[in-house]
Design a protein around this ligand. Structure first.
Ligand code: FAD
Length: 381
């Protein structure tokens, strides 16, 4: 593997400490947590102590006081290498609501809740998708009507990661007319009367995390819980997608690396037709192909991080990387499963969990089709 030209001593130390933490605290329990459908809450606090939720958040709110796209990238890659995607979702799910809270919430809310979320004491979620659809954000139906000093929210959200455990929610709701110009964001606490939730059970993957349907039945929140400007929610939601999608690209890479490593390890020790599997040309070619795709996704991710560090959020490239990386992951998961043969089909190995979690990477955070539409639009076509 080529050295990362953007690496520094601090980034290397951060990455290595994160990897060591996963090996010690996560690897021995990950399949047990996956089967149980739950990551113990103390793990949120332990992950938080590494600083992973503090990027881009002011120190006065408990954040790190600096941002580093490469360290964010390393978090995504390293946590995904464990092979149980539900752990990244359970722990990291709060990440997509943190930026809007810091940038858009009232100061009183920021001061009160950000330290709790960043320290892993409490959870937070972003609630955009509705039972009627997720891709077409501009058509969301959940409504918020102004009533004196309050907003009254009605409707429902679904597939919300962390939804069963989170205390705080950033919720998209219609405050204006039809279309993208009528959407606003709200801060909603789980103990507000009229708020309830039901779990989404029996998922294909991401077992270790919880997803919920949220119900809003005349949920009254103070007027100050409007986040940012009224009717500007759509653009805020779109901007927030950038780091979420880049995180999914990083996670795809971590899973691809896991597939490659486990394929090589298995092919070296397995014998078929009187010789090691690794000596069969077909298998060697599969491994070469997987390795080249790992290199390509890694290079693309690092270029994107360099652009962000240089001050430009490369929206088009992130969009393209999202569908490109998840397709490469799909390839690697398939080939790894094939190389492991029947052993790959048994529970309790990374290839099996990754194979089940490919689709959520290609759908969540903006599906392949929507990413392609957006990419070609950004090409001016
Ligand atoms: C495990 C999991 C966790 C999630 N976590 C969250 C969360 O925390 N918060 C949140 O808000 N959402 C979350 N989501 C929802 C996710 O963002 C949506 O599933 C996704 O945006 C797609 O929306 P949809 O499922 O409603 O599909 P739809 O919008 O109904 O689309 C169905 C299919 O049609 C395709 N399609 C749609 N429109 C077009 C078109 N114009 N042309 C071609 N194809 C099209 C889509 O690509 C998709 O493949 C999660 C989803 C999953 C599965």
């Amino acid at each position: 593997m080529l050295p990362n030209p953007y690496d520094t001593a601090e980034r290397k130390a951060f990455r290595e400490s994160f990897r060591a933490f996963i090996a010690k605290e996560v690897d021995p329990h990950k399949f047990e947590w996956d089967e149980a459908g739950h990551v113990p809450w103390e793990m949120h606090r332990k992950f938080a102590a590494l600083g992973m939720f503090g990027f881009g958040i002011d120190e006065r709110y408990g954040g790190l006081g600096f941002d580093d796209p490469f360290m964010r990238w390393d978090v995504s890659v390293e946590i995904a290498r464990c092979g149980v995607g539900g752990i990244a979702a359970a722990i990291g799910g709060r990440g997509i609501s943190l930026d809007p809270i810091q940038k858009l919430a009232a100061e009183e809310i920021r001061e009160r809740v950000l330290p709790e979320i960043i320290s892993g004491e409490k959870g937070s979620s972003l609630a955009i998708t509705e039972p009627g659809g997720g891709s077409d954000v501009a058509r969301m139906k959940t409504s918020a009507k102004r009533d004196g000093n309050h907003w009254v929210i009605n409707g429902s959200k679904t597939f919300i990661t962390g939804g069963m455990e989170s205390d705080y929610f950033v919720v998209g709701a219609r405050t204006g007319g039809a279309g993208l110009g009528g959407i606003s964001l709200f801060f909603v606490e789980s103990d507000t009367p009229g708020f309830s939730r039901t779990p989404l059970a029996r998922k294909q993957g991401w077992w270790a995390s919880n997803q919920a349907t949220l119900h809003f039945d005349d949920v009254r929140v103070p007027a100050t819980n409007l986040m940012g400007e009224e009717n500007m929610g759509f653009i805020q939601i779109m901007q927030n997608f950038n780091y979420e999608r880049l995180g999914l690209v990083g996670q795809s890479l971590g899973m691809m690396e896991a597939c490659l490593e486990d394929s090589i390890a298995w092919a070296q020790q397995r014998e078929t037709f009187g010789k090691p599997l690794i000596t069969h040309q077909v298998i060697r070619h599969k491994i070469a192909e997987m390795s080249s795709r790992v290199d390509a996704v890694r290079a693309l991710g690092l270029m994107i991080c360099a652009s962000i560090e240089g001050g430009t959020m490369p929206v088009a490239e992130i969009t393209k990387a999202k569908f490109f990386a998840t397709q490469q992951l799909e390839y690697c998961a398939r080939e790894a499963m094939q190389i492991l043969g029947g052993a790959g089909y048994l529970r309790g190995n990374r290839v099996e969990t990754i194979y089940r979690e490919v689709r959520v990477m290609a759908i969540g955070g903006g599906s392949e089709e929507i990413m392609r539409d957006l990419a070609v639009k950004m090409m001016g076509l």
